[in-house]
Design a protein around this ligand. Structure first.
Ligand code: HEC
Length: 114
């Protein structure tokens, strides 16, 4: 009885290690995304939870959540700008954001949905 329950301990331990590593990978992506966004001055117009000149990233995530092509929509808006989704103020194009960085940012924004 005791032997049997001890035998599952390594499996449990592996599970604990794995599930604690996953959020870490996620946090690293979030840090990388935010660093790129600081570089491109996205936070001049956007905040995570508050409306500034542009909508909050949480509002953007929630708006596009679950739509087909959500990632492509976000990536396109980031690189080419967008207007009319949230109001009269347009979002400028950011031609210096690379495809990889646009994907990274879109992934982070989408993770903020409520
Ligand atoms: C000059 C201000 C400004 C800057 C700088 C800016 N944005 Fe925006 N952004 C806006 C506004 C305003 C909107 C709302 C546009 C609309 O209504 O469609 C917006 C919308 C968005 C959207 C949603 C797209 C949509 O359909 O409207 C995303 C995603 C986004 N911004 C990401 C970014 C990222 C990432 C950066 C930096 C690379 C950035 N923004 C820089 C003002 C800005």
């Amino acid at each position: 009885m005791l032997r049997k329950s001890l035998a599952i301990l390594p499996a449990l331990a592996a599970g604990v290690v794995l599930s604690s590593l996953l959020p870490m990978a996620h946090a690293a992506d979030a840090d990388a995304a935010k660093a790129v966004m600081r570089q491109h001055q996205c936070f001049t117009c956007h905040a995570v939870a508050a409306t500034k000149i542009g909508p909050s990233f949480e509002a953007i995530a929630t708006k596009f959540a679950g739509q087909s092509g959500e990632m492509q929509t976000l990536e396109k808006a980031i690189q080419h700008g967008e207007k009319g989704t949230f109001g009269a103020t347009p979002m400028p194009a950011n031609p210096t954001v690379s495809d990889d960085d646009a994907k990274l940012i879109a992934g982070w924004i989408s993770s903020l949905k409520k």
